[in-house]
Write a new protein. Structure first.
Length: 125
């Protein structure tokens, strides 16, 4: 048999008689009812607060998990790039050895006269 207060939408005991603007006088039954009402609302508040914290922690964990997944994906891409780069470096080294061999072979052959064409310059950017 409670009524909602003007600033609080929750039901409260209706048999409270206000003595002054600062205090109230309650019967034992009304006091028990008020204590029960306060306990219920305190418990509801604490449960809601705990739920909000859990959801907040859960959301934070979800965001962190997404960041970790993204970092792992990027790390995998970096490793793939490193693997490919090492393969390209091996190919360049092989080509360099082959070109050195060709240059040496040509320098010893009679195909090029002594003092032949100058070597090509390096690549330009």
């Amino acid at each position: 048999a409670g009524v909602a207060g003007p600033t609080c939408p929750h039901p409260r005991p209706s048999s409270i008689s206000v003595r002054t603007g600062l205090g109230v006088s309650l019967s034992k039954e009304d006091e028990r009812e008020l204590m029960t009402w306060e306990s219920v609302h305190k418990e509801n508040f604490l449960l809601a607060q705990a739920r909000d914290k859990r959801e907040s922690d859960s959301e934070r964990l979800k965001r962190t998990s997404q960041k970790v997944d993204m970092a792992l994906k990027q790390l995998g891409q970096i490793r793939e790039y490193e693997r490919r780069l090492k393969g390209l470096e091996r190919e360049v080294q092989h080509c360099n050895r082959v070109l050195d061999w060709v240059a040496e072979a040509l320098s010893r052959s009679a195909l090029l006269p002594p003092g032949g064409p100058p070597p090509p310059t390096g690549p330009t950017d």
